[in-house]
Design a protein around this ligand. Structure first.
Ligand SMILES: [Zn+2]
Length: 485
């Protein structure tokens, strides 16, 4: 914990202290009060995917976690600077230094030759799919940096050179390796005993390694890659996160996130690289999400149980149904996906949208404070307890104890934290004019009159008024089409 922040606290712009937020830190294994290094500013890094194909929905869970944390922090008054790295070239070794490289596999699947250009083109294609998927889940991609690893190769080379100068790296005929025995406390994250890492194929594959846990920093390749002091080749996979987080956020991060599968090797290696260079704490809070399984099984292409966001949409589900599905579980709890579970989430979300439209009408979109809002905020600030917060939302909306204005206020808080389009639910069904309430019919008629007399300002104003009432107008050659839930 940062002592300065602890002693003096952080203040909002209006001078009020920032509310307390708790996160579970994987390093300490405990739920801790969050204190940023600099008052009011949070530096957040989330490990991004390797762009050899679209991301399976389980692989989208880390970005739901970071988005939920960002919303809680932003609502509490923090500014958050966010980075998600894009791995856009192969390393000719896998993350665990054994087996086949993902990018090579992707190129073979797409029947493309193994060239740098093809790698970059394929990576860009899937990067766009990835960013579109995040946007469809209502994740604010406009305020996230997505640095490409290939744009930071000279920085990665410089990083490896410094590690070499400081005595943390050694050369073998297989490349440059990090000497884990030189880093005191290697493997401290997640309580991973060094002995447990000594098993496996890694030692056999690279017999020149000094220690079984040592990992590659530079992999030579005479055919491809970049020129370096160690010949042509590729940076190792782990070095890109240490390098890009340092380049974009500095040497100490407030929060570093990722899936729990990254704890044992990747994140321990990031710590070893970054702290060897800076001599400072690399990350103040490590946060990891549990896996999404497919009906209890690991998602795998060979089993045929892999699901993409495009499948979700093709089956007629709104992408926000998946967002609701994720929010129903705490991020540290394994989540089991099935189409039935998604259908249940979708119908719950639709009921929520209906309720919200009714409250909007009753409260005239005016909000009031309530005990429910305090309880809701306490839940999301308690290590992002989204299932509890959802429970509070449902109970309060269904209860007669709260006035419509209090319910609307709660919906405003819920929307800010959940991003489920609760205040302006998406409208999907075209309605016949005759079935609309009289006042809505009148608004439609007035807008049509304004539009035909070319008073577009008035027409836009009326369109907005209809939108606020939950009705969406589309103009067609046959006249206006009105849609609502
Ligand atoms: Zn990483």
């Amino acid at each position: 914990m940062n002592l300065w922040g602890y002693l003096f606290g952080s203040k909002r712009k209006d001078g009020a202290p920032l509310p307390q937020i708790f996160f579970t830190d994987t390093l300490s294994g405990k739920k801790e009060i969050f204190v940023s290094q600099r008052p009011g500013l949070v530096l957040m890094y989330t490990c991004g995917p390797t762009m050899y194909g679209p991301a399976h929905i389980g692989n989208l869970r880390p970005y739901m976690l970071s988005d939920t944390a960002v919303r809680a922090l932003t609502e509490a008054g923090y500014q958050v600077r966010r980075v998600i790295n894009i791995t856009d070239f192969g390393h000719l070794v896998t993350d665990g230094d054994s087996g086949e490289d993902k990018m090579t596999k992707g190129l073979r699947r797409e029947k493309l030759a193994l060239t740098m250009e093809n790698m970059r083109t394929m990576a860009e294609k899937y990067t766009m799919v990835f960013i579109d998927d995040l946007a469809a889940l209502n994740i604010d991609v406009e305020h996230i940096s997505f640095p490409r690893a290939s744009d930071y190769v000279s920085e990665q080379i410089a990083f490896i050179k410094t590690l070499e100068q400081k005595g943390y790296a050694y050369r073998t005929k297989d490349g440059v390796y990090y000497d884990t025995s030189r880093f005191i406390g290697y493997g401290k994250l997640g309580g991973i005993a060094l002995e447990s890492q000594q098993e496996g194929a890694r030692m056999k594959a690279y017999s020149e390694k000094r220690n079984p846990a040592d990992f590659v920093l530079w992999k030579p390749d005479p055919r491809l890659g970049w020129e370096s002091p160690w010949g042509r080749g590729f940076p190792g996979w782990h070095i890109e996160c240490s390098t890009m987080s340092r380049s974009l956020l500095g040497q100490e991060l407030d929060i570093h996130m990722g899936g729990e599968d990254l704890i044992a090797i990747h994140h321990n290696n990031e710590i070893a690289q970054s702290e060897a260079i800076s001599g400072r704490t690399f990350v103040h809070y490590w946060m990891h999400n549990a896996f999404l399984t497919m009906g209890g099984e690991k998602a795998s292409k060979s089993v045929g149980n892999v699901v993409y966001l495009s499948d979700v949409k093709e089956k007629g589900f709104h992408p926000l149904a998946l967002r609701y599905f994720f929010l129903q579980a705490h991020y540290r709890t394994p989540l089991s996906f099935s189409w039935d579970a998604l259908a249940a989430a979708a119908s719950a979300l639709e009921r929520l949208w209906k309720l919200s439209s009714e409250v909007a009408e009753e409260a005239g979109r005016t909000s009031a404070p309530s005990e429910a809002r305090d309880q809701f905020l306490a839940a999301v600030r308690d290590d992002l307890a989204t299932p509890q917060a959802l429970g509070i939302l449902w109970d309060s909306l269904k209860s007669d104890e709260y006035a419509p204005e209090e319910k609307w206020g709660l919906l405003e808080d819920a929307e800010a934290h959940f991003g489920l389009c609760l205040l302006n639910p998406p409208v999907t069904k075209a309605r016949a004019l005759a079935e609309l309430p009289a006042d809505i019919r009148e608004l439609v008629a007035r807008r049509e009159k304004a539009r035909t007399s070319k008073d577009f300002e008035e027409a836009d104003r009326l369109r907005k008024e209809l939108g606020d009432r939950g009705y969406h107008v589309e103009d067609s050659p046959d006249g206006p089409v009105i849609k609502s839930l």
